[in-house]
Design a protein around this ligand. Structure first.
Ligand code: FAQ
Length: 332
């Protein structure tokens, strides 16, 4: 029901706005995209392309900034100084990713304030994964291994997305995400080779984070209202299901190497397909979390709004400084 409504609404918006575009300009734009040219901020683009990018890039930025919270909770509880320093750096990286992405979205004619307001009022989405709680230290390992692992799988193709500023932001982000993934795997390795209690903790984290990580790739292709047009415009270079399958294929051998069991009785290598078959994802849970009913959704949004309000004096001071500097330069 929710998916049908979403699909119809998105198709109607895209169809309507494409009909209004100048056919010659639209054809020239589509030829550039098909030739793998990057589209730049001052280039002509269809309104639906601009809107799709603002939607995806801003939601991506929101995910990075909300994504700081589950791990931020553990900075003071990291088991030693080395782990604390690494986690601190990782959380700062996520904040940086949010900033590059907000800046990329701003080139499309939306302001940072408008995007933040959409997030805080619940109009804009952010990744479902960040609405799950981090209960133990092993969750920090599982986030790096699985959540950053899923993020990289989705983001490597975005380095060749058709919008130049988004593609360039993704190059740097992917480098950092790959460090994040490895530090998470290293935490899991330490726990999996540790005491029985540590191994149980690692398994419990895998049990809780596996399915939500598969949901990060979005709904199945047949229920994804945006995929077809986004693939045509080369905003998305691969579909949700293709990326999900790649993630499963890469991650299952990593779990085997850790001696941990992926919590899916239907998981089985399929010789004919050359891929793992896997069990059904609980899409009702996914849509409930998308609607804002995730286990810690309220806590996450309260924390984000508080951080924004607490940071107001810094933004005001920076704006006042820029204004003063501008006046001084003008006077000189
Ligand atoms: N959560 O038609 P589609 C990270 C929504 S970054 C919430 O398939 P699309 C780094 C979707 O927006 C993680 N909503 O949509 C990190 C759409 O609703 P709308 C974020 C979701 O855009 C690691 C509706 O469902 N990464 O983790 C989700 O073509 C560790 C229908 O879906 C990105 O954002 C979801 N999981 O494909 C940070 C990557 N999935 O807007 C800290 C860029 C779907 O029409 C710690 N984004 N929806 O109302 C993308 O690649 C795409 O936007 C997809 C969704 C693949 C996420």
């Amino acid at each position: 029901m929710y998916t049908t409504e979403l699909k119809e609404r998105n198709q109607a918006v895209q169809g309507l706005s494409l009909e209004r575009e100048d056919p010659e300009r639209l054809a020239a734009f589509e030829a550039r995209v098909a030739a793998d040219d990057f589209i730049e901020p001052k280039d002509w683009m269809p309104e639906a392309y601009r809107k799709t990018l603002i939607r995806q890039i801003s939601q991506h930025a929101h995910s990075e900034s909300v994504g700081m919270l589950p791990e931020g909770n553990w900075i003071t509880r990291a088991p030693n100084l080395r782990r604390k320093a690494i986690l601190l750096a990782k959380v700062q990286d996520e904040g940086g990713h949010g900033l590059y992405l907000y800046a990329a979205a701003e080139t499309l004619g939306i302001t940072r304030e408008e995007m933040i307001e959409a997030l805080h009022s619940g109009r804009a989405k952010y990744s479902t994964i960040f609405n799950y709680p981090t209960l133990t230290w092993a969750d920090i390992g599982a986030i790096g291994w699985l959540v950053d692992g899923a993020a990289i799988m989705n983001q490597v193709p975005l380095q060749r997305t058709s919008y130049g500023p988004y593609a360039r932001a993704m190059v740097r982000i992917c480098k950092e995400e790959s460090f994040h993934q490895r530090q998470g795997y290293e935490i899991m390795m330490t726990l999996a080779n540790g005491t029985d209690a540590q191994k149980r903790m690692a398994q419990d984290a895998l049990d809780r984070w596996w399915w939500p990580s598969l949901m990060m790739f979005g709904p199945p292709d047949e229920n994804s209202p945006n995929t077809a047009q986004s693939v045509r415009w080369r905003i998305k270079r691969e579909t949700n299901d293709e990326l999900r399958q790649k993630f499963v294929d890469v991650t299952v051998p990593q779990a085997d190497a850790l001696g941990l069991v992926v919590p899916d009785p239907k998981l089985k290598w399929n010789e004919e397909r050359g891929h793992y078959d896997f069990g059904d994802i609980d899409w009702d849970e996914f849509y409930a979390v998308v609607r804002g009913e995730g286990p810690v959704a309220k806590e996450r949004m309260t924390a984000r709004v508080k951080a924004w309000e607490d940071g107001k004096w810094v933004r005001d001071a920076a704006a006042a400084h820029a204004e003063k500097r501008g006046m001084r330069i003008a006077a000189e």
